[in-house]
Design a protein around this ligand. Structure first.
Ligand SMILES: [Zn+2]
Length: 317
């Protein structure tokens, strides 16, 4: 293990942008569906572009048909987070997809809460809906999120297609969740330009999922810095889905140097062949982040968490 790897492993970290359904390792898929071979599962996680990634994601999610499947993927995910010295996680559950598939959200969430209670990782949940599935589904997800606001759900979000599901559709939905004490974490500025991030800010975003398009807009970077609104940066995700042309083109350093608050995250780790520690390592190796800067990013992960109990940060950061 290299010195950098050891340093990153030893850093206490929080993970703030991580999709439960995107966290299934091929091995876990085989545990759920023993008819599947490991080779087949691994092949399904190889794709060439954003559309291919979505197809793989949908294929994997279809395997989840019972609450115990959700509990199993949460157990495996929390084991891996604990191994990486992640103390705290806000995990996104695609509640919109669960409701759209007419699954029993109450039973699934109950199974997840029970699983999370057994883990040493402190876990909270984000319920999200799919932009292009429209405002009605989003409102239903929002109502369910509010129902669990005292029981582990801390935020409401939207993901998916920023063009086909523009932020302006969702003003009332976010106003409703915010009024009821939930924080707002829309994905924005991932596949389209900076205007999408401005639009997400209009929704009252407390953090922005990705938001890398902000690097194209000086005024937006200044605003994020002054308003202290962080971007949840997921480098490998952006490279694998092709929203940046190559690793070298990723704006993480530019955003950081402009003073934009950022947090490193893994998004859908096995689908991007990464881990949270792997993302810190990429920041160090490819973008020149020093140990001190990485320590600062780990501190950010706690600072921008919604419910970390030992606020502001663990004493060794
Ligand atoms: Zn995401």
């Amino acid at each position: 293990m290299s010195a950098m790897h050891k340093f990153i492993q030893a850093l206490p970290k929080a993970e703030l942008h991580l999709h439960l359904e995107g966290s299934m390792e091929p091995e876990t898929l085989v545990e759920i569906d023993p008819a599947l071979s490991l080779g087949e599962a691994q092949r399904m996680y190889r794709y060439a572009d954003f559309a291919g990634f979505l197809a793989s994601y949908v294929w994997a999610v279809r395997k989840l048909t019972e609450p115990k499947h959700y509990a199993l993927i949460a157990r495996r995910l929390l084991e891996r987070l604990h191994q990486q010295n992640v103390l705290y996680a806000e995990i996104t559950l695609s509640a919109g997809v669960i409701l759209w598939r007419q699954q029993n959200l109450a039973e699934i969430y109950q199974a997840l809460r029970e699983e999370a209670a057994k883990s040493p990782v402190q876990v909270y949940w984000v319920f999200d809906s799919v932009r292009q599935f429209g405002v009605e589904l989003a409102q239903t997800v929002a109502e369910r999120a509010v129902e669990y606001a005292g029981d582990g759900v801390v935020a409401f979000g939207i993901g998916g297609d920023e063009e086909k599901g523009p932020a302006k559709w969702f003003h009332e939905v976010f106003a409703f969740t915010k009024r009821n004490g939930l924080r707002a974490v829309p994905h924005a500025g991932e596949t389209v330009g900076p205007q999408s991030v401005w639009d997400a800010l209009d929704l009252g975003a407390d953090r922005i999922g990705h938001g890398i398009a902000a690097a194209q807009d000086e005024a937006l970077m200044r605003h994020l810095r002054n308003a202290n609104i962080p971007l949840e940066i997921c480098i490998s995700s952006n490279v694998c889905t092709g929203v940046v042309p190559s690793l070298r083109d990723h704006p993480v350093r530019r955003l950081y140097d402009a003073g934009v608050p950022i947090v490193l995250n893994s998004d859908d780790p096995p689908m991007f062949q990464t881990t949270l520690n792997g993302e810190y390592e990429i920041a160090a190796r490819h973008f020149g982040f020093t140990e001190n800067e990485l320590r600062g990013l780990a501190a950010n992960s706690f600072r921008y968490a919604f419910r970390y109990r030992q606020y502001p940060v663990p004493s060794n950061l």
